[in-house]
Structure formats: C-alpha cells, structure tokens
Design a protein around this ligand. Sequence first.
Ligand code: FES
Length: 140
Amino acid sequence: MLTPNDPFPIAADDERMLDRRRFLCAAGAAAVAVLAGEWTAARAPAERTGHVVLADALAVGEARGVVATNGADALAVRVDAETLVAFERRCPHLGCPVVWSAVRGRFECPCHRAVFEARTGRVLSGPPTRGLTPITLEVA
Ligand code: FES
C-alpha cells in the first residue's frame, strides 16, 4: 500500500519497460493483422475485373491477346472443346506478362518461372501468392 511519503511507485526504468512492452505488443498485433490480411487475400477468389467479347471462337490450344473493357491486356485461350478462358496477362508477382504454353497446356511467367493452371489461373508453382485475374469472356 502506498503512502503519501513513498517515492513515486514506478521507477523510470520500469516505466520505459512498460512503454517498450506496449510498443512490442502493438507491433506484434499489427504484424498479425497484416499477415492475416495477406493470407485472406491470397485465398479469396480473384475478382473478375474486365470483360472481353471475341468475334469468333478459338481453335483448341489457340490463344489470342485481347484488351478487356477495363483496359487490361488479357489472354483468351481455348483450353479444350468445352473450355474457353481469359485472364489478365499481368503476373500477380511483379507484373511481367504471362504467356500461354500450348505444348504444356498452362500459363507461364518468364520472369521468375511461375506456372498457372489453365482453367482456373491458380498458381501451380513459382513466387506468386495468388492466381491470375480472370476476365469474363463471351463469344459473339
Ligand atoms: S513476375 Fe511473374 S513470376 Fe515474377
């Protein structure tokens, strides 16, 4: 119990420790919040941001560079007889343009060798933490 004659109850060194502790707690909480946000964003389905209308259907394995309504460079690809997809060409890692590999049936980024699945654009290997951004595709 403190009396009016007791010295100040918290020594200056202890007070600094409290400040440092609070700071470290706040920094730790902020780091956890940022990591949780990154983790959530990496797992959320990519939002379709553009739209493309193709004048004609593509042959199986054929790819065509198109510009989506949002101005994004995109690749439209006929993966097989039933599957026609389009994704933004911008690699989600550092923005290099991805290419379609008809031989391997997948999208590839030449900059750091990322590989993306043809139908969904999800990352198969490489540094990106999220897949390609899909573009809504329509054949006129
Ligand atoms: S920019 Fe595509 S993998 Fe790095």
